[in-house]
Design a protein around this ligand. Structure first.
Ligand code: GDG
Length: 493
C-alpha cells in the first residue's frame, strides 16, 4: 500500500483551519482539538490517510487551536489513535494573503476557469507562491523515503512537484490531482509564469484531472509551451527530463452511501424548523441551489432564469420557492465581494417584483449549515439547480442524487461542469447563459411526471453510487501503484 500521503488543504478553497460549521470535535490528551471539516475531499481523504499510516502535510494560518508536539509541527491524528501524522505548515498573514488569496486565487483560479479578465497580478504574490511551495517540498523531504508515495492535491501546489522531485530519494512516486479545470492554450497564454507552472507539474509521475477534456488541454499546453517535452496525446504521456509522466482522467465522486444514510435519517421536526426559519411555505414545490459564492458558479445567471420562469409561468407564483444557499468564500478578494453584492441585490429585486404577502420566490441565505441539514434539504428539494459557468467537477450535483432517497428529485445540470460528463444524459441539461432555455427546463422539471422523475433518478443514482468517492480513491491509487511498482512502464516508454 502507498505510504505517506501529502497534500494541500483540499478543494473547497478554504484554508484548513477547521472552523466550518457542522464540525465535530475530539479532544485528546494534550488538549488537541480536531474539527472534522464539512468539505467532501478533506473528509474523504481522512479515512484513507488513516489506513496508510502516512503523513498529511497541510497549511494553517496560525489561528487554529493546534498544539504542536514536536519541533517539526507534527501531531498524531486522531489524538487517541495516532493513525497518521499531521505536519502543519504555519503561514504568516502575508504569506496567506499572497500565496492563497494572491497567486492561487487571483491568478490560477480565474485562469483555469477561463476568466482571464479577472486575473490580478500583484507584486510578491508569485514569489510567495514559490516560497510556500518550497516549504511544502521541504516538509515532504523531511518524511519521504525511496519507497514513499507523495500525493499532492490541487492548484495551490503547482511548483511543488518539481521541487519535491529534486529533494527526495529516487524511487518515490509523486502524483498530483488537479481539482479544477485546465484551460485551453489560448487562455493559458495569459499566465506570465505558465512555463514554470508546467515545469513544476512535470515533476510528478502522474497528473490527474476530473475529465478527459482537461487532461487533453493540459497535454496541448505542454506541447505548445514546453519545447523540450515530447507529448503523446493518444497515450496521454509526456517525456520530459528523462522521465515519463502519465496524465489521467479520474472523475471524483462523493461518499454516496453516507449521503443516502444521512438523508434517510432526516428529522422532520428539524426540516420544519428550517422552513419556518427561512419563511418557506411548508407545502411549496422546492427548488434548491447550493454553492460557494464564486463567480464560476453562475448564480446571477440562475437568478435571471428564475426571473424568466416566474414571468412566463404566473401560475407558479406562490407555489414554487427557490432556496439559494450561498457560502461566502475568499471575501478578501474584491471580485468576490462585488459578486456577493450583485447576487444579493438581484435576489432583492426579483423578490420585490414577484413577492406577495408572506411569500418570497427566492429565499437566500449565507448560513453554513451542518451536513444533516444539507441532506434534509437535498431530500426535500423537488428540483436541484446546478448551473456553473464552469466547474471542474461539482460535488453538489452528485450529493443531491445520493440524498434523493425517495427517487423523486429532478436535477438541472449545466453542461459546463465535469459532473455533466457522467450525469448529463439523465439530468436535465442547461446552458447556464441561455435564460430562455434554462427557464423552459425549469418549467419542465417542476411539471415532470412522477414516472419520469423516478426513471431519471434511478439511473442517476446508479451512476453516482458506481462512481463514488471510494472508487475514485481506488482508481487513483491503482494508477499510483502501477507507476510505483513499475508495472506501467511498458505502456509509457
Ligand atoms: C472544487 C471544484 C470540484 C457547501 N455549503 C455547505 C457545505 N458545502 C459543501 C457541499 C460540497 C462542497 O461544499 C462544495 O463542493 P463543489 O464540488 O460543489 O465545489 P467547490 O467548492 O468549488 O470544489 C469542484 C471539487 O473541488 C472537488 O474536486 O468538484 O469543481 O471547484 O461538498 O456539500 N457543506 C456543509 N454546509 C454548508 O453550508 N456541511
Amino acid at each position: 500500500a502507498p505510504e505517506p500521503a501529502a497534500g494541500s488543504p483540499g478543494s473547497d478553497g478554504n484554508p484548513p483551519t477547521g472552523t466550518d460549521g457542522g464540525s465535530r470535535s475530539m479532544t485528546g490528551e494534550r488538549s488537541i482539538t480536531v474539527d472534522e471539516p464539512t468539505g467532501g475531499l478533506t473528509a474523504g481523504l481522512d479515512p484513507v490517510v488513516q489506513r496508510t499510516d502516512g503523513t498529511w502535510i497541510a497549511w494553517g494560518d496560525g489561528d487554529a487551536d493546534f498544539d504542536v508536539t514536536d519541533d517539526r509541527n507534527c501531531v498524531a491524528v486522531p489524538p487517541d489513535q495516532e493513525a497518521y501524522t499531521l505536519h502543519r505548515l504555519e503561514l504568516s498573514d502575508e504569506a496567506v494573503d499572497c500565496y492563497y488569496y494572491g497567486f492561487s486565487n487571483r491568478v490560477l483560479w480565474p485562469l483555469c476557469h477561463g476568466f482571464p479578465d479577472l486575473i490580478e497580478h500583484r507584486s510578491n504574490d508569485f514569489e510567495w507562491y514559490r516560497t510556500v511551495n518550497e516549504q511544502f517540498a521541504e516538509a515532504v523531504a523531511d518524511h519521504a523515503t525511496a519507497d514513499s508515495v507523495i500525493w499532492i492535491q490541487d492548484y495551490h501546489l503547482a511548483l511543488a512537484p518539481r521541487m519535491i522531485r529534486q529533494s527526495i530519494p529516487s524511487g518515490a512516486t509523486v502524483a498530483h490531482f488537479w481539482h479544477i479545470p485546465w484551460p485551453t492554450p489560448g487562455t493559458f497564454r495569459h499566465c506570465p509564469v505558465g512555463g514554470q507552472i508546467l515545469e513544476g507539474l512535470l515533476g510528478n509521475d502522474i497528473v490527474g484531472f476530473h475529465v478527459g477534456r482537461y487532461a487533453d488541454r493540459f497535454l496541448e499546453c505542454v506541447d505548445r509551451f514546453l519545447p523540450d517535452a515530447t507529448v503523446n496525446r493518444a497515450r496521454r504521456t509526456i517525456r520530459y527530463d528523462g522521465r515519463t509522466i502519465r496524465v489521467v482522467a479520474t472523475p471524483m465522486g462523493v461518499d454516496a452511501e453516507s449521503y443516502d444514510r444521512d438523508a434517510r435519517s432526516t428529522d422532520p421536526g428539524r426540516l420544519s424548523a428550517l422552513f419556518e426559519e427561512y419563511g418557506i411555505p411548508r407545502e411549496t414545490t422546492l427548488g434548491l441551489g447550493l454553492d460557494r459564492l464564486d463567480y464560476s458558479k453562475g448564480i446571477p445567471e440562475r437568478l435571471a432564469a428564475l426571473e424568466r420562469f416566474f414571468e412566463r409561468n404566473p401560475g407558479w407564483r406562490g407555489e414554487f420557492t427557490f432556496l439559494q444557499k450561498a457560502t461566502p468564500s475568499r471575501t478578501e478578494i474584491e471580485t468576490y465581494q462585488q459578486y456577493g453584492e450583485l447576487v444579493r441585490s438581484e435576489v432583492e429585486r426579483i423578490n420585490r417584483r414577484f413577492g406577495t404577502g408572506g411569500w418570497r420566490p427566492i429565499v437566500y441565505t449565507e448560513d453554513v449549515l451542518p451536513r444533516a441539514d444539507i441532506c434534509a434539504l437535498y431530500r426535500r428539494a423537488d428540483v436541484m439547480v446546478v448551473s456553473p459557468l464552469v466547474d471542474g467537477m461539482n460535488l453538489v450535483a452528485q450529493e443531491y442524487v445520493a440524498a434523493s432517497v425517495d427517487g423523486n428529485g429532478a436535477l438541472l445540470l449545466s453542461d459546463r461542469t465535469g459532473a455533466h460528463e457522467r450525469l448529463g444524459s439523465h439530468a436535465l441539461t442547461i446552458d447556464p447563459t441561455d435564460s430562455d432555455g434554462f427557464a423552459a427546463q425549469l418549467g419542465y422539471a417542476v411539471s415532470m411526471s412522477p414516472y419520469e422523475r423516478r426513471r431519471r433518478m434511478n439511473t442517476l443514482r446508479q451512476r453516482v453510487f458506481d462512481g463514488d468517492l471510494e472508487s475514485w480513491m481506488a482508481t487513483q491509487f491503482d494508477w499510483i501503484r502501477r507507476v510505483h511498482d513499475g508495472s506501467d512502464s511498458e505502456d509509457t516508454n
